[in-house]
Design a binder for this molecule. Structure first.
Ligand code: F6P
Length: 323
């Protein structure tokens, strides 16, 4: 391997810049050339490349977003699109790739490595934390703290007005963000897709709290929860319980922004180094992750096929603490 390309794909996540920095600097440290690919697989298809030097990644470790920009490429899903990407790589003499993103990014990478003999190593970057084979994905910790900050503020106004809030958090079809943020903010209930909470159960939780003289309520709703989202469940409860003064808040894309936390910066730096090391070690079609504080190497096949489970013990903890 002489020249590697690095790209960020899918939803951006805080800490992606720290990962890019680590990849670029580790490549240069090992006398490799490194090329930044703009806008994920879109840039690969269109040859949107920039040669990167060490100074190109100065002053970015603390920044949210991604200096390489990101996209969810439709064209890369097609055989023709991937052929174009391969031709661009050949022309630019890029002989390996580091892709930073989530499961969509890795699914694309896996097919690409099956079709062409190009080594690809993935770094998990998504606020959803929904990737099998790593305890944490880059961006999750920052997003969690962003959610906590927002919910704490909502709690202030909820208590002032004696209100019940339904707050919807991101996570696609996983409940990691919702579960942890719910525990950390002392939510009265947490609705996640991994566990079906029936309206009746929710009513019971709420009634308990109000009988115990709680003067505000927070229900965290994962966007992927089977209830249909915060507005739907809030309407249902409102119909049955006009005594509650209900409001809904959808936190939205603010959850993806902001300076990465220390934890995300360190994870991103560790995994950036590990990704280039893995390529130098002739690995291909794998994700580098963190398991019990150590770097793990997981084949794309495994990360894509397996579903990461939420910690059951956290669910039980909330059942106890929300009485
Ligand atoms: O995967 C990250 C994520 O923020 C999800 O939590 C969310 O469902 C999705 O991306 C939103 O995607 P978009 O920015 O394309 O609307």
């Amino acid at each position: 391997i002489k020249k590697i390309g690095v790209l960020t794909s899918g939803g951006d996540a805080p800490g992606m810049n720290a990962a890019i920095r680590a990849v670029v600097r580790t490549a240069i440290y090992n006398n490799l050339e490194v090329v930044g690919v703009k806008q994920g697989y879109e840039g690969l298809i269109h040859g949107d490349f920039m040669t990167m030097q060490s100074y190109d990644v100065s002053n970015i470790i603390q920044k949210g977003g991604t200096i390489l920009c990101s996209a969810r490429s439709q064209e890369f899903r097609s055989v023709e699109g991937r052929k174009k990407a391969y031709d661009q790589m050949l022309a630019a003499k890029i002989d390996a790739l580091v892709v930073i993103g989530g499961d969509g990014t890795f699914s694309g990478a896996r097919i690409f490595t099956q079709e062409y003999d190009i080594p690809v190593v993935g770094i998990p970057g998504t606020i959803d934390n929904d990737l099998y084979g790593t305890d944490y994905t880059i961006g999750y910790d920052t997003a969690l703290n962003t959610v906590i900050d927002a919910v704490d503020k909502i709690r202030d106004t909820a208590s002032a007005h004696n209100r019940l809030f339904f707050i919807e958090v991101m996570g696609r079809d996983a409940g990691f963000l919702a579960l942890r943020s719910g525990i950390a903010t002392g939510a009265e209930a947490i609705l996640i897709p991994e566990r079906q909470t029936h309206t009746k159960d929710l009513e019971k939780y709420l009634a308990k709290g109000y009988k115990g003289h709680k003067n505000s309520g927070i229900v965290i709703v994962a966007e992927g929860d089977k209830s249909g989202g915060a507005y739907t469940i809030a309407k249902e409860i409102e119909k049955k319980h006009p005594e509650y003064d209900i409001r809904v808040s959808i936190l939205g894309h603010m959850q993806r922004g902001g300076a990465p936390s220390a934890f995300d910066r360190v994870t991103a730096s560790t995994l950036g180094v590990a990704a280039v090391d893995a390529l130098l070690d002739d690995q291909k079609s794998i994700m580098v992750g963190m398991v019990h504080g150590e770097v793990s190497h997981v084949p794309f096949n495994k990360t894509i096929k397996n579903k990461k489970k939420v910690k059951e013990s956290l669910v039980s903890i909330n059942d106890i603490l929300s009485i």
